[in-house]
Design a protein around this ligand. Structure first.
Ligand code: SD4
Length: 347
């Protein structure tokens, strides 16, 4: 049963007590015993299922896709005495600066009007959050998101407000549209006749989680979003709970893939809450993928991908995707490796 326990029990009580019309004390004692039995029922073993590559051990850095350069930078930050927050920021800045990564920062594919617009968020081990969305002309939105968290009373700044804040904080403005991305956009204009298409994806967004040796867990997520999106479109990546969620007492999770579906299911928050209820990181990721598939069916979305990563406070990880092709980088026990994630649907 996937309902949070409290909600589920409340429903059980409400339905049963209405049926019996609150008749007598004996019956309510039976109900109490029944409820206790439900709550003590052992969890099915599938919720404790572990990832075949999962180990325990701190420190650990986990990132979506083959972002081994990012996990290296994050681990280096930790080894040099930086915090888990420094680590995820350092890691996220690597693909942001890479002109060949067409899903993140500099060189990201533009929207359908030819503008590169960026989304990012960051979350620390205390539960503080910062985010920017629809930001143009700044190569490192993750660092602007961190400044939002640390220097403002707000969670998120958007568009021209985010840009004005970035300028105020001294971030340089640059043209982020590379020649390669401009050509890809022009070709898309010819083929797609300027129609918004929901399932165009390149899938290289980075979500990154770092757990330091002291057990502090932080996360970051940064993207240029869906390629050739409508102007102003914001995906899941800068939305706390959707593209990223962290609770140092439990674990963290991040997402990549079709942002509309990830946002509609609040996938990262869901995973952390399932881990809080005793799900392993792997089982929690698998459940989040099932929710995505159900949502896609209901919305009539046919071709899509979404993938999740989860990291527990003990350093155990999980990874799962809708379809084949999602991989991730794990830096743990002095090894920096890429693994293929499991997936639910075979095409
Ligand atoms: C978005 N989730 O904006 C992002 C896209 C993505 O790899 O993950 N691409 O919907």
């Amino acid at each position: 049963m996937n309902f949070p326990k409290v909600f589920y029990l409340r429903e059980v009580f409400f339905n049963i007590s209405t049926m019996f019309n609150r008749r007598d004390f004996v019956r309510s004692s039976v109900l109490a015993a029944l409820a206790t039995a439900v709550s003590c029922k052992p969890k099915p073993t599938s919720v404790q299922k572990s990832n075949p590559h999962s180990k325990k051990g701190k420190p650990v850095v986990l990132a979506t896709w083959d972002n081994r350069n990012a996990t290296t930078a994050a681990m280096k930050a930790l080894q040099e005495g930086g915090s888990a927050l420094d680590a995820v920021e350092a890691g996220a800045r690597v693909p942001e600066a890479d002109p060949n990564d067409t899903s993140v920062g500099y060189g990201g594919f533009p929207d359908r009007d030819g503008h590169v617009t960026l989304d990012a968020c960051i979350m620390d081990h205390r539960g503080n959050t910062g985010a920017v969305c629809f930001l143009e002309g700044i190569k490192h939105p993750i660092s602007v998101a961190r400044k939002v968290m640390e220097q403002t009373p707000h969670n998120m700044l958007c568009g021209s407000g985010a840009l004005a804040f970035a300028r105020e904080m001294g971030f340089p403005e640059e043209n982020l549209l590379t020649e390669k991305s401009r050509r890809a956009w022009e070709q898309w204009l010819e083929e797609k006749e300027y129609r918004p298409v929901i399932n165009i994806e390149r899938h290289d967004t980075i979500g990154i989680l770092a757990l330091d040796a002291q057990g502090k867990l932080c996360g970051a997520c940064t993207t240029s979003g869906m390629a050739f999106k409508m102007s102003g479109r914001v995906g899941d990546s800068p939305i706390i709970g959707a593209g990223l969620f962290v609770d140092s007492q439990v674990g963290g999770a991040c997402a990549t893939g079709l942002g509309e579906l990830v946002t509609q299911t609040l996938g990262s928050f869901l995973i952390v809450e399932l881990m809080r209820q005793g799900y392993s990181p792997q089982a929690a990721c698998e459940e989040a993928v099932v929710r995505i598939i159900n949502r896609a069916k209901a919305a009539g979305v046919e071709e899509y991908q979404a993938g999740f990563l989860a990291l527990s406070k003990d350093g155990e990880h999980g990874a799962y995707a809708v379809v084949k092709g999602f991989n991730y980088a794990l830096y743990q026990n002095e090894q920096n490796r890429v693994y293929e994630a499991g997936y639910k649907l075979s095409l």
